[in-house]
Design a binder for this molecule. Structure first.
Ligand SMILES: Cc1cc2nc3c(=O)[nH]c(=O)nc-3n(C[C@H](O)[C@H](O)[C@H](O)COP(=O)(O)OP(=O)(O)OC[C@H]3O[C@@H](n4cnc5c(N)ncnc54)[C@H](O)[C@@H]3O)c2cc1C
Length: 463
């Protein structure tokens, strides 16, 4: 009897998108078997810094649960701890420059993270994950081939040749690129699809916040795990944390001489890139010197924000940003230190090109549609892509592979560009100076939206 050859899928990139796709293809192997290989340019799992906190919406979390096996799902609380009841609010808030609440969408709270996947579509739910640990959890049982950087590919009628920097080659039936915003595959397949600089700059740091300062922050601007404070003169901040002290975490050795608790926190400062062109600015920023970048952020905060408790808290938070690789003896719970630099916000809108030709080579995640980090939706979309592609590939046959890829790409192109533009617009709005009357209008619009969202939520709960 003729037995069909098991097709090979090559995944490039072991980020959240690539790893989730690997799990999903293996999980579905009873329905459709693939020989799946995954290649990563980093030399090993500890090669480099692995990120800050990432936001997860209920859609992304549901897709993740659909894709991963139960052994990986059981480990998820290591990366996304269960909520601390009555202490944490799993949601986002927008506050004004004094910390007054403007908008807090009615995110559904949950008792344990697995409930997020059960949130009905008509409600919103979100949580905050530790990105470095999420990567570790997703790496379980995945035979990543490390130190393999794709440089180019050659597509033929029979399949795809993949060429790596070390001179080696692999052949596959389907090539999935999950290699992030600078994807070499996108540059080759869709050279006209450009990365767009949206004219915003941000500086981000992981810090360790002592309890007394965390208490002041939550007293001033609430306990939402993701908080934005909107300035008046073209700046905005983003603060993301979990209210689980690092001293309570397993394997954590307290190197402080005090009993005070501390919290892992990510702080980010967004502003219009034009503000860096100010010739009258005395302090020159050196992106190779984190101390000068932190000083720059503090100067901007002092210049653009009025004096008040919220401004003082922001300045104190930035004082905690490490200016150099922390020493062994310091109380720094993050695995690796990422130098603090100014970064330009760039995104990719896949709908800016006239046509997207489906072939044996496709893209998922940031490679296809990188977005501004302000709304924290990048990971959610990468994981939704992985689910959509693995579902579409269930119908794979040598004759209809193009229609499977097309099915996935149509879904992705319908979903992701909306959030690329939403994230871009939100970023541009947040870094546009409002002026006195603009402030009144902006705050009124946000408060009205807040009220309407609450009413909608109330109605949804009743019906
Ligand atoms: C190191 C890092 C830290 C991040 N930190 C945060 C964060 O703190 N908060 C947040 O909201 N978002 C963060 N992001 C972005 C966020 O994780 C992504 O938006 C989202 O997860 C999309 O995932 P992805 O799998 O599409 O791509 P990515 O997460 O970018 O993963 C791409 C992977 O492909 C590998 N790769 C790249 N080029 C090649 C090549 N030529 N050959 C082989 N492998 C290649 C990369 O090393 C990387 O591991 C971070 C991304 C990275 C890479």
């Amino acid at each position: 009897m003729y037995q069909e050859k098991v097709p090979t899928v090559i995944i490039i990139g072991a980020g959240p998108g690539g790893l989730t796709l690997y799990h999903s293809l293996i999980k579905n192997k009873d329905k459709k078997e693939f020989n799946v290989k995954i290649f990563e340019r980093e030399s090993g799992p500890k090669d480099r810094w692995q990120g800050y906190h990432v936001g997860f919406t209920s859609h992304g979390f549901r897709s993740l649960m659909n894709c991963i096996p139960s052994s990986v799902a059981l480990n998820l609380p290591k990366a996304i701890p269960n909520p601390v009841p009555d202490v944490e609010h799993h949601g986002v808030s927008a506050n004004d420059h004094e910390g007054n609440l403007l908008l807090r969408p009615p995110f559904k709270q949950f008792k344990n993270i697995y409930e997020i996947a059960e949130t009905p579509d008509r409600f919103l739910s979100m949580t905050v994950a530790y990105r470095d640990r999420l990567r570790d959890v997703l790496l379980e049982n995945v035979p990543v081939q490390w130190g393999k950087k794709l440089v180019r590919y050659v597509e033929t009628n029979e399949g795809v040749w993949v060429n790596f920097e070390d001179g080696s080659q692999e052949f596959c039936d389907i090539l999935v690129d999950a290699s992030g915003v600078n994807s070499p595959v996108r540059k080759q397949k869709l050279p006209e699809l450009q990365i767009n600089d949206i004219g915003a700059t941000y500086v981000v740091a992981n810090i360790v916040v002592p309890k007394h300062l965390m208490d002041r922050l939550t007293k001033t601007s609430g306990n939402s795990l993701v908080q934005k404070t909107l300035g008046l003169n073209g700046d905005a901040t983003l603060i993301a944390f979990r209210l689980i002290s690092i001293e309570q975490e397993q394997n954590y050795e307290n190197k402080n001489n005090s009993d005070e608790l501390h919290y892992r926190t990510t702080i980010a400062y967004f502003y219009s890139s034009e503000l860096d062109n100010d010739e009258t600015e005395k302090i020159k920023v050196d992106d190779n010197n984190p101390a000068s970048v932190v000083e720059h952020v503090k100067n901007m905060i002092r210049k653009l924000r009025p004096e008040n408790e919220m401004t003082d808290i922001l300045l104190e938070l930035w004082d905690l940003a490490p200016k150099a690789v922390p020493k062994e003896s310091e109380n720094y719970p993050f695995k690796t230190y990422n130098p603090i630099q100014r970064r330009q916000i760039r995104d990719i809108n896949p709908l800016t090109i006239n046509s997207w030709t489906s072939s044996r080579v496709t893209l998922i995640g940031d490679a296809a549609h990188a977005m501004s980090p302000l709304l924290g939706l990048g990971t959610t979309h990468a994981i939704q892509d992985a689910e959509a592609l693995s579902q579409a590939l269930l119908n794979y046959s040598p004759e209809n592979y193009i229609s499977c890829i097309k099915e996935y790409e149509n879904k992705m192109l319908k979903r992701a560009p909306v959030d690329v533009l939403k994230s871009r617009d939100a970023t541009i709005n947040h870094i546009t100076p409002v002026g006195y009357f603009g402030l009144i209008i902006r705050n009124s619009v946000l408060k009205t939206t807040n009220f309407l969202m609450k009413v909608r939520d109330l109605v949804m709960n009743i019906i």
